[in-house]
Design a protein around this ligand. Sequence first.
Ligand code: 6PG
Length: 505
Amino acid sequence: MNSVANADVGLIGLAVMGENLALNIADHGFKVAVFNRTQKVMQSFIDRNPGTPGGLVGCANLHEFVSALKRPRKVIILVKAGPAVDTVIQELLQSGIETEDIIIDCGNSLWTDTIRREKEYSGQCRFLGSGVSGGELGARFGPSLMPGGEFHAWKQIEPIWNSIAAKVDVKSGKPIENAQPGNPVNEGVPCTTYIGENGAGHYVKMVHNAIEYVDMQLICEAYFLLKQSLNLKSIELSEIFSEWNKGDLDSYLIQITSDILAQSDPFNPEEFLVDNLLDSAQQKGTGKWTSVNALDMGMPVNSIVEAVFARYLSSLKNERVEASKHLQGPTYSYQGNRNELVRAVREALHCSKICAYAQGFQLMRQAQVEHHWQLDFAAIANIWRGGCIIRARFLQKISEAFTRDAKLVNLMLDPYFNEKIKQGQASWRTVISVAAQSGIAAPAFMSALAYYDGYRSEFLPANLLQGQRDYFGAHTYERIDKPRGTFFHMDWSSASREQITIDFD
Ligand code: 6PG
């Protein structure tokens, strides 16, 4: 039993992420008190990790845990998002946590829960919600951290967050990735910044995940299009992705894709593992939360929603197997040049990726209005350059775009991205037509192009749609030759068809 309050920070929840985050913090010289509901797990963690630079303090119960912490106490919770978070907070409050102490929820919590919790526990403790991205390795050697909540509480944890976050090179913005156990990265710019009040940190982490969904889906579509159209082996596809990783598409997700595609199957070493994985995707919910929120706010995040739907459709495996026996596709197969298609798919991926990020940032812009946050989009792009799953060279360009114009309405309008789409769009359209002609589903590519074409259109057919709504439901319409907000109704059912001005007051 530890009776001295000398731990700099406490961490509850020793699953892989929790263990790794605790080790990361201890590597930076902070003493970490740890607690896990199953004591054996805590003990085994302590036994496996002697002699960390900061030191670990194993606590058998929450009273011991709270007593081990320096004031104001700082407690990181890393438990399953949902009711478990509230249970732990309640237990902490009954175990000695006081008004000035800080509880930081580092799970993938729904941002509305974070807003609710901050209010609910106000006066009993100070509550922060911090997004953590980077998976197990990120947690261990440097994640991207997206904290939100009361600013003064953030200032108390800022030194720890700055130390443990991933670092990028000051000049190039590239991640510095040479951390080893006991020897963390200390130089460079930390991939963390204060995001905003209450649920802002968790909201931005949720949008990060939604962009991750699209990024992954686009890569999968590129892989499948090339595999099907050119009849390529997994190792050839791996080489293509590895080549792409040297250019504009340089990113963690492209790099791991190349690695996954090169992996042989442990059960059948002459085959590739990816060819023997079941094509039925799972998800934990952050993409769906983003889609629901976008629908609630009326924001067109076409590709994000399509990426979620693509996972749902993939999971209907049995139905698809049955349908494949009955529903016919085209007989067309691509006969063109191999290298041309590879290049075109790369361009299509780049253009679609620009649209996906444009949607994510557009959504955050709207959310900040709804929630009265003041999001710094250049800073958000900066902290996504390293540590997180979507880390990419691309993020440096996004950061530069929002630095040029903090009020940029849509990323596609930035001169750099506008030019990139201009250069790539002919290939993008070719790829989509190859997919359509060949009967290969490419929902993220296609929805991204629909978003692009819709967004750049001065005119859309919604004039006719408004006419239809007015025809069957007297829902009224506005006219192009009258001020916005003036509504009309055509008396469609009468012979005279008179148009009347509607006064809603
Ligand atoms: C991250 C990841 C992480 C997790 C996803 C997986 O940023 O480190 O996004 O949060 O791996 O939640 O999400 P799905 O299970 O929904 O694909």
